[in-house]
Ligand binder design. Structure first.
Ligand SMILES: NC(=O)c1ccc[n+]([C@@H]2O[C@H](COP(=O)([O-])OP(=O)(O)OC[C@H]3O[C@@H](n4cnc5c(N)ncnc54)[C@H](OP(=O)(O)O)[C@@H]3O)[C@@H](O)[C@H]2O)c1
Length: 275
């Protein structure tokens, strides 16, 4: 059985749905990953063969003012999962982020590029990656710019703002790959089925700025909204973000024969589904 932790979250829900009878989901009401006792109790009772950790403290700006919580959930929580999965002989799949990089490479990041997080969220997720290796049978899947039916995300924010205004400003100097949680869930399952270990990058194919993504959302949704350009500096958020952090997913394609669809096709599928 494959156990999904963080099963009520955006990725967790799609992951659990994809697994169907092969999986089971738990969230904060059934397991608290910041407690080793809670993790051990649930894992020894359920005895999964694979644990997919989709639980995290994902409020990137909130992490700046709640550093302790970020490290407890995103760092120590993964250590607890690594120890408990190792004890029961299960594989640990840890979901991580492009925010472990600083965006200065000038080209898509490969799995063995040196991490250098710019913010507390990235530091805590990197701590989680380092803790995942306590279980030698681990898989770390780094992804980025997620959207899905079951969570707060950029697509939903744009659709809401676009229904209220006919003009808005969106940053055009951050580049990444918008990624649909359904596609990511398929990637994770494919990697698990192939028995892959180590680090993999997984995102929808191609990359763009948030500004270009916003324009695509309005075009695909048939909404007439003018999207002006602004800089990350003008937005002035508490957490620094990498400006150019696309993930090179060629290792995934090579080892797994799996290439997630182009981001714009994924966006089209998502918009069709949410109607
Ligand atoms: N969203 C993105 O753009 C993005 C980008 C790159 C990587 N990722 C990574 O992808 C994964 C999934 O992200 P997501 O956006 O789907 O997350 P999400 O929607 O925020 O869901 C996370 C889930 O974890 C639960 N949780 C929080 N603390 C917990 C704890 N101590 N014990 C057990 N469960 C806990 C949350 O419950 P509550 O809601 O009750 O707190 C929530 O249901 C995360 O590892 C994230 O770091 C996300």
């Amino acid at each position: 059985m494959i156990l999904v932790i963080g099963a009520n979250g955006m990725l967790g829900r799609d992951m659990t749905a994809l697994l169907g009878d092969r999986g089971r989901g738990v969230d904060i009401d059934g397991i608290d990953i910041t407690s080793l006792e809670s993790v051990e109790r649930v894992l020894t009772a359920l005895r999964p063969s694979v644990v997919v950790n989709c639980a995290a403290y994902t409020d990137v700006d909130g992490c700046e003012s709640n550093q302790e919580t970020a490290m407890q959930v995103n760092g120590e929580g993964v250590a607890h999962l690594a120890m408990a999965t190792r004890t029961i002989g299960a594989r640990l799949v840890q979901v991580s982020t492009d925010y472990v990089f600083d965006g200065s490479k000038g080209a898509p990041y490969q799995e063995d590029d040196a991490p250098h997080p710019l913010n507390v969220y990235g530091e805590s997720k990197l701590a989680g990656e380092m803790n995942a290796v306590f279980n030698p049978d681990h898989l770390i899947v780094r992804t980025q710019w997620l959207y899905g039916l079951n969570g707060k995300n950029f697509v939903e924010t744009m659709l809401r703002l676009g229904s209220e205004r006919d003009e808005l400003s969106v940053v055009d100097d951050q580049i990444g790959s918008p990624t649909w949680t359904v596609d990511l869930a398929h990637v994770i399952l494919a990697l698990v089925e192939k028995g892959r270990q180590g680090v993999y990058h997984a995102a929808n194919e191609g990359y763009c700025s948030w500004n270009a993504f916003a324009r695509a959302i309005f075009q695909e949704a048939g909404m007439k909204v003018s999207v002006n350009a602004m800089t990350t500096g003008q937005l002035n958020r508490p957490a620094r973000r990498p400006l150019h952090s696309p993930l090179d997913c060629s290792k995934l394609a090579h080892d797994c024969g799996y290439r997630p669809q182009p981001w714009r096709d994924a966006l089209r599928s998502y918009l069709k589904l949410r109607k």
